[in-house]
Write a protein that binds this ligand. Sequence first.
Ligand SMILES: NC(=O)C1=CN([C@@H]2O[C@H](COP(=O)(O)OP(=O)(O)OC[C@H]3O[C@@H](n4cnc5c(N)ncnc54)[C@H](OP(=O)(O)O)[C@@H]3O)[C@@H](O)[C@H]2O)[C@@H](O)CC1
Ligand SMILES: Nc1ncnc2c1ncn2[C@@H]1O[C@H](COP(=O)(O)OP(=O)(O)O)[C@@H](O)[C@H]1O
Ligand SMILES: [K+]
Length: 520
Amino acid sequence: MAHMYKQHSQILLTTNEMGKADSAAVVAGVPAMELMAAAGKAVADAVLGRWSRCSVLVLCGPGNNGGDGFVVSQLLLSAGWPVRLAFWGSVEKLSPEAAHFYYAWQGEVEAYSVDLLEQTDLVIDAMFGAGLTHALEDKARDMVDGIIERKIPVCAIDVPSGVDGTTGAALGNVAPAELTVTFFRQKPGHLLFPGRGLCGKLVVADIGIPDPVLDELNLQTWENSPELWCRDYPWPRSEEHKFHRGHAVVYGGENITGASRLTARGAMRIGAGLVSLAVPIKAWAIYATAMTSVMVVKLEQSQEAEDFEELLLDPRHNVIAVGPGAGLAGFERIRTRKIVLAALATNRPTVLDADALSAFADDPKILFDAINGPCVMTPHEGEFARLFPTFNESTDINKSPDINEQCVADKLTRTRLAAKLSGAVVVLKGADTVIASPDGRAIINSNAPADLATGGSGDVLAGFIVGLLAQGMLPFDAAAAAVWLHGEVGNEVGIGLIADDLPNHLPKVLSAFKRQYFSD
Ligand SMILES: NC(=O)C1=CN([C@@H]2O[C@H](COP(=O)(O)OP(=O)(O)OC[C@H]3O[C@@H](n4cnc5c(N)ncnc54)[C@H](OP(=O)(O)O)[C@@H]3O)[C@@H](O)[C@H]2O)[C@@H](O)CC1
Ligand SMILES: Nc1ncnc2c1ncn2[C@@H]1O[C@H](COP(=O)(O)OP(=O)(O)O)[C@@H](O)[C@H]1O
Ligand SMILES: [K+]
């Protein structure tokens, strides 16, 4: 499986991995000088394609990002554009290739000064790329502040200076780019916020690094796309009947009944053969009136967990979802915990969302110890912070965690650590949802519109995941596929979206997906 993931253009490279790819390309016979020339040309081409002739200021920094800037400057000058170049660094410390292009520049080299911004229509940001190690200081910081103040359009090389390409963190103020041109592959920081919001339109340019250099690197991070999991997508087949498509059991709570109904409908729509919604007897009539294709099963008063366990004795109930609307108030918390532990004890694929996660806030280790089979957890940031308050490798999960402690690591690292600590696939939701597997693989999702930020949309996502698990998809693939389809449905419905729309519009999105990826 990991091998299959290796092939794809969706691979994301950390700064370190990109450095290794560069070095491997040089070893494979592509001179560093050619890589820099190609990088600069890609940026110049992108600028010529997007802007008409205007007054350009190229801000070159002390490393190879500045080297790319020298190349762009000369190419734009040769194209007849008015170009000024400002350099901040020392010529003696430039790499041989950056020094080469420094001397090839036919114009004047100026020092950084905010006065240069006065007659500038477009800034090329070649200050710092992958090599940035700390926040911008002195003149570089003043330039950034000056650009922000004057709202000058920016084309960034590799990343907007100040953005960490590996984490998407902004190290101090960053001038937002209209266009960012990066090389060979995207970096996680192009997809994770705040980096993603600062890049503007992103172009990934081929600079002649051969793809096979990737084989030598143990790559673990991808941008979500059907190419990663479409081969395992469980389309209905003629020889199957409904029992072949799985039977999902969704737990529904007593007071908030809408949430689990959305989960159940999501599971049904994405193709689970059968869905049973198991609910406390007091709320049974409400559920039963609302559902049609979903079966509603009664759990007797004060023995809900026991009845739930009994329901799971039927081996045809192959997957379980608990959490949406499960309840946390008073006795409900204990019941929710019992239901979760009963589900996990079956070792069948289980999706835990919302209250199923929060119910273990005071002792997450109980939950993690119970996860021995395939499991997907789908926290939003608030739920995540309750279960995983600290995020370094030395985290002592035996200690009762302090839920107020600050999260220090970036979203990708945090999600990976959470998956490793818990043994579950973790889907940390948001505009840049990260999906991480305990084996170290991680996927960043990038297609979700902000319209999805509405009550209940996460409940539907849990349903999509459990519905795909019911049909035999593996947890990491099911989570990635569901998150991507959820984003696509969000785009399909767009403004005005409510969670109820998501299952209803899924068929259209599935048809388009099938047409695009499975037409002969
Ligand atoms: N084959 C290749 O490699 C290719 C690379 N390419 C290009 O190279 C870029 C990566 O180049 P790079 O590694 O030289 O890093 P870059 O970002 O230019 O700066 C590093 C310098 O800045 C310094 N420094 C860091 N932070 C600082 C701060 N806050 N304030 C002040 N100084 C700071 C740091 O010194 P340090 O502080 O670490 O001592 C160092 O001197 C990449 O993004 C792409 O554009 C393309 O040409 C394609 C082929
Ligand atoms: N700004 C945003 N852009 C894109 N997707 C978002 C945004 N905010 C939230 N989402 C998505 O909406 C869903 C919300 O889920 P969740 O927070 O669990 O809400 P609920 O519990 O009401 O269902 C998640 O899939 C999340 O990734
Ligand atoms: K830059």
